[in-house]
Design a protein around this ligand. Structure first.
Ligand code: SF4
Length: 222
């Protein structure tokens, strides 16, 4: 191993958990997937279901992370958080996972710049609706970096969120760039109500519920 490669292998990331489950959302839903959850997030969405990833975690080097991912023998890997892009070396992890031949997805809040993400990665950009309390953090310049295999996700807590998301969909011509996903906040918006609104408005969006929550509730590591 030359010195440059060796140096990069020694790069470390703070990791909350690495686990093996079924992908619960977005385009790869249902596939057996290894999740790499990075620690830390600069946002505080009111309905966040991964607050345990805000602090703590363990420093892990890239080779160790890659080895644990490989141990599950899965084709899909999802890098998530927290907000994974809050750690700059996340970009290197994504690149290494792609180089290793995995189908790689990245779950990101929409608040951090995605321009430098490896184009082989399927980005799932979760722009924040008003009820999240973090609407002002949306970095709309990220729209310019969406590729056809990427996805924009809106997690919606009420009708105001829905109307806002429809406005964004149209103003940013999002459906012409990539898939757009609408999901209800669990326990706040009835899934059937969201489904009816999408049908009534004939939206070019894909309705989603979180498969892992239907299967396992809010269990950590699922
Ligand atoms: S961006 Fe994600 S991890 Fe961060 S507070 Fe919002 S929902 Fe939670």
């Amino acid at each position: 191993m030359d010195a440059a490669v060796e140096g990069r292998s020694a790069e470390r990331l703070r990791i909350t958990e690495i686990f093996h489950s079924l992908q619960g959302e977005a385009d790869a839903v249902g596939w057996r997937t290894v999740f790499v959850r990075l620690t830390g997030c600069p946002l505080r969405c009111t309905w966040c279901d991964t607050t345990y990833s805000f602090h703590g975690g363990e420093w892990r080097d890239l080779d160790g992370i890659l080895a644990e991912v490989a141990s599950y023998d899965a084709r899909h890997v999802c890098v998530t958080g927290g907000e994974p892009l809050a750690q700059k070396r996340c970009l290197l992890l994504l690149q290494r996972l792609c180089d290793a031949g995995y189908e790689v997805s990245l779950e990101t809040s929409g608040a951090l710049d995605v321009a430098a993400v490896d184009p082989r990665v399927r980005k799932v950009v979760d722009f924040k609706a008003p009820a999240s309390g973090e609407q002002s953090r949306n970095l709309w310049a990220n729209v310019e970096h969406l590729l056809p295999h990427d996805q924009v996700k809106f997690v919606l807590a009420n009708r105001d969120d829905y109307d806002w998301a429809v406005d964004c969909l149209r103003a940013q011509a999002l459906a012409e760039r990539c898939q757009v996903l609408f999901s209800p906040v669990q326990g706040q918006l009835a899934p059937a109500a969201l489904a009816e609104w999408i049908l009534a408005d004939r939206l070019p969006v894909r309705f989603q519920m979180q498969l892992h929550k239907l299967l396992w509730g809010d269990a950590k590591g699922r």
